[in-house]
Design a protein around this ligand. Structure first.
Ligand code: BGC
Length: 459
């Protein structure tokens, strides 16, 4: 059996974070409000009413965080750029002080020998694009509004113009599926809309935004990726009704966000009563545009598989079934490392030669970590999780899937969206009262793994 040390010699090791989850400094240097600032301030939507106003204070403490990354010996760092720092109202005038922060961060990373891998949108839309009534600048409706896609491409172009010469590859969007479902269908993330299937235009407009931004990035000679949250979908039983339900769910969760990029078409969503124009949002030429700039890499965020059964109520054509008999994370997510191999091999089988090279842009788990009196944080469950997933990844590579790198989620414990600070995903423990960073056992483990992999390949 191949293992993680057998990953290819030029395999890239990284960690991943996102702006709103770590930066804090939400009022600093002209940053405008994002949908997350507004959503998190609503009573009852986030655990313990917590917000990202301070988070890990990374905006000020980034030199310390880059030093931690240097200590790991990373090849790359995936972070996100906060659109409201660059364009406080989501359009027009640039806030140079906001851009300067990323400029400094990029310089610090390069000085540490780490390649920056920025994501342009990780859910923190400028609030002005959601609700113009409070700002008076745009049409509103967030990603339900087609105009947001064009604003996104403009923003991508200005950021790339400033930073592109130092950063070879860019990720447009993070997890458009999760953003659509949690933010627009269920209303449990910002902007808190609960539209169920009427949220689908938010999927199309994100993908359109990707296509337009991809063209702008490519024009500047840059490589383009997207980070999708993908899951292998398993029917609960081999009963045909469960299999049909699983196919429907797979179309919604996975294919909706990958088929248009790779094949230039949307999957069949008729099981949802949805036609190929996704609620009237798809206009002529859109799909061509979405696929026009081929992806240089497909980012895959993997956490767990999904088990699907026939519907139990008439609203949706599926129901989610529990995955039993496996370990669970502190978040109560099932731990199924082989699901990563299954997912990757499944992607290769589905798309064949059209599948772009893959980078794992997120994978990790939450553990109820505490700093022990001797200053250690023994997070063995995280080490077990990462080791098993990297071995599953090596198995997929041995089966012929082209995987170029792995960015674990996350460098730091951080703001876990609607869960506030209750779920710790970091290799580094953060005390949110004092901002003291304490590397966990998994930090040393990951550092040693990277070094051992390099040694093994003569590095
Ligand atoms: C997101 C991260 C999040 C992580 C763990 C992904 O869905 O991109 O922002 O913290 O999963 O839930």
């Amino acid at each position: 059996m191949p293992n993680r040390l057998d990953l290819p010699a030029d395999f890239r090791w990284g960690v991943s974070t996102a702006a709103y989850q770590i930066e804090g400094a939400v009022d600093e240097h002209g940053r405008g409000p994002s949908v997350w600032d507004v959503f998190a301030a609503r009573p009852g939507v986030v655990r313990d009413g917590q917000t990202g106003a301070v988070a890990c204070d990374h905006y000020r403490r980034y030199p310390e965080d880059v030093a931690l990354m240097r200590g790991l010996g990373l090849d790359g760092y995936r972070f996100s750029i906060a659109w409201p720092r660059i364009q406080p109202t989501g359009a027009g005038a640039l806030n140079l002080a906001g851009l300067d922060f990323y400029d400094r961060l990029v310089d610090a990373l390069l000085a540490a020998g780490i390649t920056p891998l920025p994501t342009l949108f990780h859910w923190d839309l400028p609030q002005a694009l959601e609700a113009p009534s409070t700002s008076g600048s745009a049409a509103g409706g967030g990603w339900l509004n087609r105009d947001t896609a064009y604003r996104f491409a403009e923003y991508a172009a200005v950021v790339a113009d400033r930073l592109g010469a130092r950063i070879p590859a860019w990720i447009t969007l993070n997890e458009p599926f999760v953003h659509m479902v949690y933010g627009y269908a269920l209303g449990i993330h910002a902007p808190g809309r609960a539209l169920m299937l009427d949220a689908l235009p938010a999927a199309h407009h994100q993908l359109l935004g990707h296509g337009l931004a991809a063209a702008a990035l490519r024009e500047q000679g840059l490589e383009v990726m997207i980070a999708n949250n993908l899951t292998p979908v398993r029917p609960a039983t081999d009963d045909p009704a469960d299999v049909v339900a699983a196919t429907a769910y797979d179309a919604l969760h996975n294919r909706l966000f990958t088929d248009p990029l790779v094949l230039g078409r949307y999957p069949d969503l008729s099981a949802f009563g949805v036609g190929p124009d996704l609620g009237g949002s798809v206009l002529e030429g859109d799909l061509k545009l979405i696929a026009a700039t081929p992806l240089d890499g497909l980012g895959v965020n993997y956490y767990n598989p999904t088990r699907i059964a026939a519907p139990t109520d008439p609203g949706l054509p599926f129901t989610e079934a529990p995955i039993e008999g496996v370990p669970r994370t502190a978040f109560d997510w099932p731990v199924v490392p082989d699901g990563l191999r299954e997912l990757l091999v499944g992607l290769r089988d589905r798309y064949g030669a059209a599948l772009p090279p893959i980078t794992i842009t997120e994978n990790g788990c939450s553990v109820a970590d505490e700093v022990h009196p001797d200053g250690t944080v023994p997070d063995q469950p995280r080490i077990d999780y990462l080791a098993a997933h990297l071995d599953a990844l090596a198995a997929a590579v041995a089966e012929g899937v082209d995987v170029r790198g792995y960015y674990t989620w996350s460098l730091l414990d951080n703001y876990e969206w609607a869960e506030g600070f209750s779920q710790r995903f970091g290799l580094v423990h953060v005390d949110f009262e004092t901002q003291v960073r304490t590397p966990k056992a998994s930090y040393a483990w990951y550092r040693d793994l990277i070094a051992a992999h390099r040694t093994r390949h003569g590095g």
